[in-house]
Design a protein around this ligand. Structure first.
Ligand SMILES: Cc1cc2nc3c(=O)[nH]c(=O)nc-3n(C[C@H](O)[C@H](O)[C@H](O)COP(=O)(O)OP(=O)(O)OC[C@H]3O[C@@H](n4cnc5c(N)ncnc54)[C@H](O)[C@@H]3O)c2cc1C
Length: 404
């Protein structure tokens, strides 16, 4: 392969020494499991106290590393910086877990504003949306548990009308996106609310994915039922004559899912080990790339082997690196070695860039902290790459002198 993820010069070209050192400090801190466990529990409460110092510390550390800014306008700096390196962004207005119709309507307007903004930029092909940003979690949970809904009949008028409002919000967002040709990536969330999210997303795909893909669903391959779900979704799309958009992720709620299954004495929806998750993720990558006639795929992963597998398969099939139906994406603040080297080799690659007021993006930041503890293993990789690059910069003149 003519691409290597080891090239740290490409990976960190956009970061100054000072920024790299701050990132190193942050990843080192997140490497302490006890600190992350304590922090993820305490931060949401401490934030509520409104102590300015806490706000400042979060803003200058974890927020700066993983978030594009507090407002849409503030994301412009990161957006144009990444654009210089041929990297796209997926804008994510980071609201989740709120309540109230007026809040959901305002969030819908904000999503449409983000779409209009994206349409004016050259490097924002997608926005991302969480259905919990436009719907009450309890409603989603009720619908998830109501088996009769699957036959389309639910005898609670109030909930039916509330659900109609959610559908209308989602429709308005997808319609605006279709008009501007901006993709909508619908995030996957917890299993106890996922069924209505899937149904709504399938409905939107049927409506808006006739010619090309505007709406994408997300499958979490840490779930043991999702590879099958991907194939079933493909079958339905073919039967109904629409194109399938799929974002592939491993999944961000593993501990929460396992705890909940344990508490309820249910079978865990999560694979028994990492190997099983990896196998399903890689099989899903292969399945999508084998079926690009009907499927557009976003490979959303920091796993080098999974990304490399997609590249090898594309090469084997003689597909161009910038094939319009294959996108790669990593979270902003993570795995620059993958993103920047993919971009340099001409692949479609983006950073998933959340924005929003600090207190609204706290759940997202806590998930990133958990994902980057030494337990999950990502920190070690990030740290060693940053150290490698700092060392390369320090000694690059020495090498030059020797060469002369
Ligand atoms: C663009 C983008 C969009 C995203 N959207 C979503 C989304 O909509 N919904 C969502 O849930 N997440 C989403 N994520 C987050 C994503 O799920 C995590 O970043 C991802 O799980 C990290 O795994 P990885 O593929 O980078 O690979 P790795 O770092 O190799 O894998 C880590 C992952 O493997 C799984 N895993 C770890 N240990 C075990 C184990 N013992 N048993 C079984 N599985 C295990 C977990 O999912 C863990 O996160 C998104 C990520 C990106 C980059």
């Amino acid at each position: 392969m003519n691409i290597s993820f080891d090239n740290t010069e490409n990976a960190f070209a956009y970061k100054s020494d000072k920024e790299l050192k701050s990132a190193r400090f942050l990843f080192k801190t997140m490497g302490h499991d006890w600190f992350v466990q304590l922090g993820t529990r305490l931060t949401p409460f401490v934030m509520k106290t409104g102590i300015p110092l806490v706000n400042t510390i979060i803003r200058k550390t974890i927020f700066k590393q993983f978030v594009g800014g507090e407002t849409l306008a503030e994301t412009a700096n990161v957006g144009s910086l990444l654009n210089k390196y041929g990297i796209n962004i997926i804008l994510d207005y980071g609201v989740e877990g709120k309540e109230g119709a007026s809040f959901f309507d305002a969030a819908t307007e904000e999503f449409i504003r983000v779409i209009n903004y994206a349409a004016e930029q050259t490097n924002i092909p997608f926005i991302s949306i969480k259905v919990t940003g436009i719907a009450r979690i309890d409603l989603l949970q009720t619908l998830n548990e109501a088996p009769r809904l699957r036959s389309g009949i639910h005898d609670n008028e109030e909930e039916n009308s509330e659900w109609d409002s959610v559908r209308a919000r989602m429709y308005a967002i997808c319609e605006a996106a279709a008009e501007k040709n901006i993709g909508v990536l619908v995030d996957a969330e917890e299993t106890w609310i996922q069924d209505p999210i899937d149904r709504l997303t399938m409905e939107m795909m049927e409506e808006f994915n006739k010619e090309s893909v505007i709406v994408y669903n997300t499958v979490q391959l840490y779930r043991h039922d999702r590879l099958n779900f991907l194939k079933l979704s493909h079958k339905i799309a073919r039967q109904k004559g629409f194109k399938l958009g799929m974002k592939l992720v491993r999944g961000a709620y593993m501990e929460k899912e396992r705890d909940s299954a344990l508490q309820l004495n249910h079978q865990s929806p999560i694979h028994k080990d990492k190997e099983a998750t990896d196998k399903d993720f890689n099989d899903a990558v292969v399945y999508c790339i084998e079926n690009l006639n009907d499927i557009s795929v976003v490979v959303a992963s920091h796993n080098e082997r999974s990304n490399m597998l997609a590249l090898e398969l594309m090469k084997l099939k003689g597909l161009p690196n910038n094939h319009s139906k294959v996108h790669f994406s990593q979270l902003y603040g993570m795995s620059d070695h993958i993103t920047f080297n993919l971009s340099k080799a001409g692949y479609n690659v983006s950073k998933y860039l959340p924005f929003g007021p600090i207190k609204e993006v706290i759940p997202y930041l806590m998930r990133r902290a958990e994902e980057n503890t030494s337990v999950s293993g990502q920190t070690g990789r990030e740290l060693s790459l940053i150290n490698l690059e700092l060392r390369r910069r320090k000694y690059k003149h020495v090498d030059l002198d020797l060469a002369e």
